[in-house]
Design a protein around this ligand. Structure first.
Ligand SMILES: Cc1cc2nc3c(=O)[nH]c(=O)nc-3n(C[C@H](O)[C@H](O)[C@H](O)COP(=O)(O)OP(=O)(O)OC[C@H]3O[C@@H](n4cnc5c(N)ncnc54)[C@H](O)[C@@H]3O)c2cc1C
Length: 451
């Protein structure tokens, strides 16, 4: 068994046709190692005695900026080298993903794609399956417990999902996908690889790249599989034992920093879970909780609320009702989207979080919660606040445009939470304040670091 059967879905049925190669349309799982979709495609290529062609389409994506494309291309350059060394052909094209993939499918015996659950990712796969000239199999390799095996409905909270998946995590995490040997080298294939698109690695982006420019982001992590593994090994050796104690302190580097790598599929969550479970010790259980229950709750939200996971209408009824009832309450401060974007509020902690987001492409998790709650508190209207938080997170976060981002922002507005004591502006949605930050950590040190 190359891949657990519950990771596979037939998007277009049929036996493999006659073709020059097996096509793996890589879009979400942008890595050459521990990638179940890749290994499944490789095993089909070996079985059919065909070469393997791996296609990536550089497509416009909502809210993605030049910074995101640079991170993506940096990782792909490394992935392309590893695939070519293995005897596969890596092809990079620009255009509309499903159309470009469908065009190539005319020469393929079989197509494999990976799983992605946001609206654009689902639509791309649907359109590809409709247009493809050959059968299409989807492989869900970017959740420890495959998304549709974890649950078949929208989960109410971490509590309800945890019961369903925690027992399954160790077995999924223990599985290392075998590296399949390709029987036919792809070097002879007359396919243009489009390697010149990768030459921006590390250099300035050419203006014609999709995505507009954003203010200089100077503190970004390096892209790619190797960088992800190096960073994670350091975390395992020096951070995991202190994860419980340090992870809620934004003045420390107490978390793994894996979210951008997970977002771009440059690292396998199964690999991370396996390494942590093998090492064990203090922090292991909390880390597994975040990587499986919390992350997979976000995947569940996006998978089972596809039309509304990022819309006001997608919030639970009780949360919308209470926020609407409190919409007319007096706000002590009122800011517009551009005030928030420019970190122009009265609150040094909030401004520091926004500066951290712009400069480093992320906000520490604890501050992310405060950041979202205060956008709600200081906007004229809760709907407007919801839109502002999503806009800023998707535009500036390197790990943005991710199910975790949609669930995280929705959490600030009541999703996956319960009603609390009522108060102005928030109604019964949970409230956070600066005094709470100061009780947890030295908030002034944080504010100074990102002033
Ligand atoms: C308003 C708001 C916006 C958010 N936006 C994003 C986003 O755009 N992208 C994103 O990946 N995460 C987002 N999160 C969730 C969380 O803040 C990040 O996943 C986490 O801070 C990433 O840092 P790390 O990789 O060092 O995490 P670690 O603590 O090392 O955790 C390891 C992994 O577990 C998962 N994880 C950890 N915390 C959470 C959580 N609360 N919810 C879901 N999964 C979690 C992530 O995949 C993370 O990489 C958001 C949270 C909030 C409250």
């Amino acid at each position: 068994m190359i891949v657990e059967p519950e990771r596979l879905s037939v998007l277009k049925p049929g036996p493999p046709g006659r073709g020059d190669f097996v096509l793996y349309w890589m879009q979400h799982a942008q890595r050459a190692r521990e990638n179940p979709a890749l290994e499944y495609a490789a095993s089909e290529a070996a079985r059919l005695r065909l070469p393997l062609a791996v296609l990536f389409v550089l497509a416009p994506y909502p809210s993605a900026t030049a910074v995101h494309y640079r991170f993506l291309l940096g990782g792909l350059a490394e992935t392309a080298r590893a695939l070519e060394a293995r005897g596969a052909r890596f092809i990079l094209r620009r255009g509309e993903s499903p159309k470009v993939a469908a065009e190539l499918s005319r020469r393929a015996a079989l197509a494999v794609c990976d799983a992605g659950w946001t609206r654009p990712e689902l639509a791309w796969r649907r359109e590809f399956a409709e247009r493809s000239a050959c059968p299409v199999i989807r492989v869900d390799g970017d959740a420890v417990v495959p998304v549709e095996a974890a649950s078949d409905k929208l989960e109410w909270s971490a509590f309800t999902l945890r019961r369903k998946i925690e027992g399954a995590v160790p077995a999924y995490a223990a599985r290392i996908p075998p590296v399949v040997e390709l029987r036919r080298d792809a070097r002879g294939l007359d396919l243009d690889g489009g390697a010149e698109l990768l030459r921006t690695e590390g250099g300035p982006l050419r203006p014609e790249y999709p995505g507009d420019r954003v203010p200089e982001q100077t503190a970004l992590p390096p892209p790619g599989e190797e960088a992800a593994r190096t960073r994670f090994d350091t975390f395992l050796n020096t951070g995991l034992d202190r994860y419980d104690a340090d992870r809620n302190d934004p003045t420390l580097d107490g978390t793994s920093g894996m979210s951008p790598y997970l977002h771009f599929g440059q690292v396998s969550p199964v690999l991370l879970a396996r390494k942590v479970l093998e090492r064990g010790g203090a922090g292991a259980a909390s880390f597994i909780e975040q990587l499986t229950v919390r992350r997979e709750l976000s995947l569940n939200l996006v998978r089972f609320l596809p039309d509304a996971y990022d819309r006001w209408e997608g919030l639970p009824d009780w949360a919308r009702r209470t926020l609407r009832d409190a919409a007319g309450d007096k706000r002590d401060y009122l800011y517009s989207r551009s005030d928030f974007e420019a970190a122009r509020t009265h609150d040094p902690y909030w401004n520091a979080a926004q500066n951290q987001l712009v400069r480093s492409g992320s906000i520490h998790n604890y501050m992310r919660m405060y950041w979202g709650k205060k956008i709600l508190e200081w906007s004229a209207d809760p709907r407007e606040a919801y839109g502002t938080a999503l806009y800023l997170n998707d535009r500036y976060a390197l790990d943005g445009r991710d199910p975790n981002g949609y669930a995280g922002v929705a959490w600030c507005f009541g999703r996956h939470d319960r009603p609390w004591a009522g108060r102005a502006v928030f109604g019964t949605v949970r409230y956070m304040n600066a005094a709470g930050l100061r009780r947890k950590f030295d908030a002034d040190v944080y504010a100074k670091a990102w002033a």
